[in-house]
Design a protein around this ligand. Structure first.
Ligand code: ARG
Length: 460
């Protein structure tokens, strides 16, 4: 068994149980490339500052190159005796290059090292995530464009309220995802700050040049307080919060896809390749993917709660508790990336059923508000017109027909202000076209919003 590199102070080796319990290599090996990236920048800075010589730097660089190749080739035996990725990499390096490898840790601690590694890793993952958000937005915009003039019932309280364009409904999610995109990029600024140089907690006695290391690593700022830099994981919590909100949006959409696909609604169909059958009921086609997205949302929100609870009672500065930040964070990223990918693919396979949607609009008196607005424009106060229309709806309900099926003389019996032009606004299409202002559901507005979004997606 190899000795821990802090073992000089101890009288007996660490217990096997404790070793298993405290090791993180099984999961933090995922950070290996970022650990090496940080180490290479640190070594370059040490040389620049005259703390190590050029020969040591060259040896470190050559040794790390070899290790990177071994990682790529899957040839590394990560050792639990060496606890974590930082000590594993350092040990591999020292085996290859001797004393130069041991000098790498000058002016540094695993505490600032791990905080730096996670930030470098998360920065890359955020870049991948925002690209996937844009891809999903593009898919939804395409779907909106094909269906800009398709009417569906808009709901409040899950009751048919007013007709809306299916394209408008899709664009509602494009807006939500647009804010998720902003949240991710905003969070990225706080992720992209460098803890390195904080050492264990108080800084270091060596004449380090933190600005130089930060520049090498592409950090946009340096953490300005060493105690804060090694201990806080608020950037990870913030990321997980942004991830939770994004998942919450996708979960809402999933809920809609699930009931739209139910034969009770029959508004859409999902491609067969996104559904599963039942082992006992031959007629079934189940929307497993949106259901799992809904389920996985709970998992990501759980990680947010886990991380915030992990942090909440920790005194300054670093505590081993923080080793527990990685698995929830990794799982949040993996879940989010997989979900965004599958979602874009799934939405490309959605079949829209305009006929059933239109029938649902007609069954729900969705144009009642339009009739009320019509009467107001003819001079009736809104409260009175609301009453008139309510009585007309009651009659239509009794006769099991739509408002537009009531003959003119019947409508006029409720209010003589009604003329035969009323039938234009009583149709779902008339209702849609009448809401022609920014944010409204008129197909012309939907088309304008699509153009606006295509510009936005092009420019960033
Ligand atoms: N594996 C540790 C972590 O993930 C690295 C830092 C350990 N530092 C320490 N002083 N024990 O947080």
């Amino acid at each position: 068994m190899s000795k821990k590199n802090w073992s000089g102070r101890f009288h007996e080796p660490v217990s096997e149980l404790v070793k298993q319990y405290t090791a993180s290599i099984t999961f933090d090996k995922r950070l290996a490339k970022y650990d090496i990236q940080g180490s290479l920048a640190h070594a370059q800075m040490l040389q620049q500052a005259g703390i190590i010589n050029v020969e040591d730097l060259s040896a470190i660089q050559a040794g790390m190159q070899e290790i990177l190749q071994e990682i790529d080739g899957g040839r590394i035996n990560w050792s639990i005796d060496l606890e974590d990725v930082h000590m594993n990499v350092e040990h591999l390096l020292t085996q290859k290059i001797g004393d130069a490898g041991k000098r790498l840790h000058t002016g540094r601690s695993r505490n600032d090292q791990v905080a730096t590694d996670i930030r470098l890793w998360l920065r890359d993952e955020i870049d991948a995530i925002v690209a996937l958000i844009k891809e999903l937005q593009t898919t939804l915009i395409d779907l909106a464009e094909e269906n800009a003039a398709v009417v569906m019932p808009g709901f409040t309280h899950m009751q048919v309220a007013q007709p809306v364009s299916f394209g408008h409904h899709m664009l509602a999610y494009v807006e939500m995802l647009g804010r998720d995109y902003e949240r991710m990029l905003d969070c990225r600024h706080r992720v992209n700050r460098m803890p390195l140089g904080s050492a264990a907690l108080a800084g270091t006695t060596f004449p380090i040049q933190r600005e130089y290391t930060a520049e090498l690593l592409g950090f946009e700022a340096i953490c300005q307080n060493s105690l804060d830099a090694v201990s806080d994981r608020d950037f990870a919590i913030e990321f997980t919060a942004a991830a939770s909100i994004l998942m919450m949006h996708l979960s809402r959409m999933s809920e809609e896809l699930i009931y739209w696909m139910s034969p009770r609604f029959d508004f859409i169909d999902l491609a067969d390749r996104f559904c599963t059958g039942s082992s006992i009921m031959p007629q079934k086609k189940n929307p497993d993917v949106p259901e799992l997205v809904r389920g996985k949302t709970g998992r990501v929100v759980g990680h947010l709660l886990g991380l915030i609870t992990l942090m909440k009672s920790q005194p300054l500065a670093y505590n081993k508790d923080n080793q527990e930040d990685k698995e929830p964070l990794f799982d949040t990223v993996d879940t989010l990336v997989d979900t965004l990918r599958i979602y874009a693919e799934m939405m490309r396979g959605v079949t829209v059923k305009p006929e059933s949607m239109r029938n649902a609009v007609l069954q729900g008196y969705a144009t009642a508000t339009d009739l009320a607005d019509y009467l107001v424009k003819e001079g009736l106060p809104f409260r009175d017109s609301h009453e008139v229309v309510a009585r007309a709806v009651r009659l239509a309900e009794e006769q099991k027909c739509d408002l537009s099926d009531l003959p003119l003389n019947v409508l006029q019996s409720f209010c003589e202000l009604i003329k035969d032009d009323v039938y234009e606004i009583l149709t779902p299409e008339g209702s849609l076209n009448a809401r022609n202002h920014i944010g409204g559901t008129a197909p012309a507005q939907v088309i304008a919003q699509i153009a606006r979004w295509r510009e936005i997606l092009k420019s960033n």
